[in-house]
Design a protein around this ligand. Structure first.
Ligand code: ARG
Length: 456
């Protein structure tokens, strides 16, 4: 097939090279943005009289027809035409004749592809942001529904102190809030018009980049043509933000997998979101969570890919950069599918309040409360810690819990302890005493729920 760039070549391209260099098999997903960008570009070319208004109108009509053909599935992308840009431009020329070739005036594929990716990613980031907002809402609803449930909080996966389940769930709300900020911040840098940088140097033709920016709703125009066609920072940034989001989703998945196990029994996953085993009839597996945890790996892999592709590349455009798309697309697909499935599944998770509460009663979860009781009596924290440690050891040796101790026994360890200690060492008081800002008391968690619900 005759190439649009075929002028200086005498022979045709080797088939294996065509197969090797093509990108249309994956970048065809950018078609909508490629057409949108070309329409804006041509509108500007006409307005600037770089091409006639009549030609501009003809090209735009042709592009719109191609858009309809692709939408209806009639359009055939050809590998021999390399990429989405060449496919659409060739179709245009086939459709309206040589005048179609004017679409590429004052433009190169180097700024064109940068534009397409930015337009695409801008849309996808907005979707990801919406999904994160929905998932945050799910956590708020769950926190509100379970406001009275107490569970063991863990450090080192060892029972540490009693906390409200709501407080634990809202931890994810906060994590996702930082993800939102990161994607929002990334969006600001994606939202810059690259078009008009041409191959790398700009153009001698009197283009109006600011007008194109207005048409395509870009709040900013890039400042340096060399930087613009070399830059894939925004792809790396997006995948980095996605990687941190996946850190959060994988931690959530891991916790819920544990909580769903026979050993914990803190939650029960909805049947519709679990799968059976082909050999063990009793199994109900948390595959959605396991896959979310697993898919985290490919997103990190994509981050390493884009960073490695870009590392040490000389300015400006290099063909290496065509390799940016698959990691980017895969990241978009992965985070959107993980978020979507969690948004559906989490509201249906059943929390076993009784089991969680029982787990807070065993062990020595209120030991720190005993130490803090002593601190309030004037004991230095280190001494209070050591006294409490000895009490715990005594309990273990004598097969008792803290609450099995009577005052006389406790006074062997410190004469400062009074009857009210049993009040302070209760799970209820332990939780509701944590009134420091950001602490787990109902008194602190409830207003937080109220505040985030009001959207402030
Ligand atoms: N398919 C190419 C890419 O995705 C488009 C840019 C090609 N530019 C070039 N000078 N060969 O990066």
């Amino acid at each position: 097939m005759k190439k649009l760039w075929g002028g200086r070549f005498s022979g045709s391209t080797e088939k294996t090279v065509e197969d090797f260099t093509e990108s249309v098999s994956f970048d065809s997903r950018l078609w909508k943005y490629d057409i949108e960008g070309s329409i804006a570009h041509v509108t500007m070319l006409g307005r600037q009289r770089i091409i006639s208004k009549k030609d501009a109108a003809l090209i735009i009509r042709g592009l719109k027809e191609i858009r309809l053909e692709i939408e209806s599935g009639k359009f055939k992308f050809s590998q021999a035409l390399e990429d989405v840009h060449m496919n659409i431009e060739s179709a245009l020329i086939r459709k309206i004749g040589q005048v179609g070739g004017k679409v590429h005036t004052a433009r190169s594929r180097n700024d064109q592809v940068a534009l397409d990716i930015r337009l695409y990613l801008r849309d996808e980031i907005s979707d990801v942001i919406q999904l994160i907002k929905q998932l945050r809402k799910v956590f708020v609803t769950l926190a509100e529904k379970n406001i009275d449930t107490v569970m063991p909080g863990y450090t080192h996966l060892q029972r540490a102190q009693p906390v409200l389940l709501s407080h634990h769930l809202l931890a994810y709300y906060e994590m996702l809030g930082r993800d939102l900020e990161r994607f929002g911040d990334c969006l600001m840098r994606v939202n810059v018009l690259p078009l008009g940088s041409a191959a790398l140097a700009g153009t001698t033709l009197p283009i109006d980049r600011h007008y194109v920016a207005k048409l395509l709703k870009f709040p900013a125009v890039s400042e340096n043509s060399i930087d613009t066609v070399s830059d894939r920072d925004f792809v790396a940034e997006f995948i980095a933000a996605a990687s941190i989001l996946m850190v959060h989703l994988s931690r959530l998945s891991e916790e819920f997998i544990l909580w769903n196990s026979e050993e914990f029994k803190f939650i029960e996953l909805p049947d519709a979101f679990t799968t059976g085993s082909s050999i063990m009839p009793q199994k109900k597996n948390p595959d959605v969570l396991e896959l979310t945890r697993g898919k985290t790996g490919r997103v990190y892999g994509n981050l390493v890919s884009i960073l490695t592709i870009m590392k040490a590349l000389p300015l400006a455009y290099n063909r290496d950069m065509q390799e940016d798309k698959e990691p980017l697309f895969d990241t978009v697909d992965t985070v959107t599918s993980c978020l979507s499935v969690l948004i559906k599944m989490l509201p249906l998770v059943r929390f076993n309040r009784k089991v969680m509460e029982k787990a807070t009663a065993a062990g020595f979860l209120t030991a720190t409360d005993l130490a803090e009781y002593l601190v309030r009596k004037g004991v230095a924290f280190r001494d209070a810690h050591s006294i409490t440690g000895r009490v715990v050891k005594y309990c273990i040796d004598n097969n008792k819990t803290l609450n099995d101790m009577d005052l006389k026994e406790l006074n062997e360890f410190s004469g400062l302890i009074r009857e009210d200690i049993f009040h302070y060492m209760s799970v209820e008081m332990s939780v509701n005493g944590k009134k420091s800002h950001g602490g787990t008391s109902r008194e602190k968690v409830l207003p937080r729920i109220k505040k985030v619900k009001s959207g402030k």
